[in-house]
Design a protein around this ligand. Structure first.
Ligand SMILES: *Cc1c(COP(=O)(O)O)cnc(C)c1O
Length: 385
């Protein structure tokens, strides 16, 4: 029996490398509150991401919440429901109202053509998501935001290491939030960061992450605790050394999926976005049931029966969560609804073998009575035939 393959696997450095990195923590005993590892990682990430103001935090979610708090936003925030729980929860937990905009069919990011119709006098910001590392329509979004005087906060949790037209992804909008969770392309075990244009705002976020404390006897804001600890920062320092090598490995497997799945009727493969230095974070496919023969969920079940565990990133839409029942109408985002029904994210991580990718692709070929003829042309057999 083949062992279980999961959708991702945390990248870890060699144990010895990590031990070397944390050794000094055992003599200094300074293990949190913006110590040496914290400042070393901040400097390394600023350089790597090409950003001026970067605040290192305990996770991506708190980075979103503290950014919203520091901006002192009110009213409505235009966002998308095709995302992880965190994006929508951060808006709601900040006392703001999410207004859901539909997504583009080709890259699953917010549809810039549909934003303006949702703007009201209560709108204060736009919070788009660079889904799967695909870059949002940053130029169009910027001009809409300028015209209507709105803040733009990007959920860049999927897009670490991505650059667009040679510009690091953290440089678009007023702020970009990263997640360094174990399942992301770059991890600090748990962790996150926000890259912001305005240095004053960066300082405010930093203070909020430490209870709003200014100095010993002054507390300037109602903050919380969202500091990254030294062991996490040390993990980040190690993992950053291997990021480019991991990106290459992901790229190889990513391209292999595209090639081996290319000819299957009803399976839409991923494409590398234009003018982007991509991070190959995920490999989503789209299953068009009436062409492929079985649904996305049926294909997922077939894969699971072969010990392959894909994930439905993202299903359900956040606007359909039971905690938001009766509050939103997902009918207003039909493209997002279709994506949530049809997308399946396949296993992809450094260390996944190319033989395993081939096996996964042949399960997808075999799941639906397709076979490849000698000349490579696919043949469809009727279901049950
Ligand atoms: C992972 C993720 C987050 C939250 O990050 P954490 O570090 O897990 O708190 C937010 N948004 C998106 C799109 C994510 O994938």
């Amino acid at each position: 029996m083949d062992s279980e393959i999961y959708v991702t696997k945390a990248s870890l450095p060699a144990l010895e490398e990590y031990i070397e990195e944390i050794r000094e923590l055992f003599s200094s005993c300074r293990i949190t509150n913006m110590g040496k590892k914290h400042s070393d990682l901040t400097a390394a990430l600023k350089e790597f991401l090409g950003t001026e103001n970067l605040v290192l935090l305990s996770n991506g979610h708190m980075s979103l919440e503290l950014t919203l708090q520091a901006m002192d936003l009110k009213g409505e925030v235009i966002t998308t429901p095709f995302t992880f729980a965190s994006t929508t929860h951060a808006i709601v937990r900040s006392g703001l109202t999410p207004v859901f905009c539909d997504i583009r069919e080709d890259d699953y990011t917010i549809d810039p053509e549909k934003i303006e119709a949702l703007i009201t006098e209560r709108t204060s910001a736009i919070l788009p998501v660079h889904v799967y590392g695909n870059v949002c329509a940053v130029e169009q979004i910027e001009s809409i935001a300028k015209k209507h005087d709105l803040k733009v906060i990007y959920d860049a949790a999927h897009s670490f290491g991505v650059s667009y037209k040679g510009v690091g992804i953290g440089n678009f909008g007023d702020a970009s939030v990263f997640s360094f969770h174990a399942t992301k392309v770059f991890n600090t075990i748990e962790g996150g960061a926000v890259s912001v244009k305005d240095p004053v705002l960066a300082e405010k976020i930093r203070q909020l992450s430490n209870f709003g404390i200014l100095c010993e006897d002054q507390v300037a804001a109602c903050g919380c605790n969202a500091k990254m600890n030294e062991f996490s920062a040390a993990m980040g320092i190690c993992n950053l050394r291997h990021f480019e090598q991991n990106r290459e490995e992901r790229k190889r497997l990513w391209i292999q999926y595209s090639e081996e799945l290319a000819e299957i009727p009803g399976i839409i493969v991923s494409v590398i976005p234009d003018e982007t230095n991509y991070n190959y974070a995920y490999y989503p496919i789209r299953v068009i049931e009436n062409e492929y023969g079985i649904s996305r969920d049926e294909l997922a079940a077939v894969l699971r029966s072969e010990n392959v565990n894909p994930r439905r990133y993202f299903y359900p839409l956040t606007s359909d969560y039971s905690c938001y029942r009766g509050m939103f109408h997902s009918d207003s985002t039909p493209a997002a609804q279709r994506a949530a029904q049809e997308i399946l994210t396949l296993p992809l991580y450094p260390g996944l073998g190319s033989d395993q990718v081939s096996r996964i692709c042949s399960i997808i070929w075999g799941a639906c009575h397709f076979s490849k003829r000698e000349d490579g042309v696919p043949v469809t057999f009727p279901k049950g035939g």
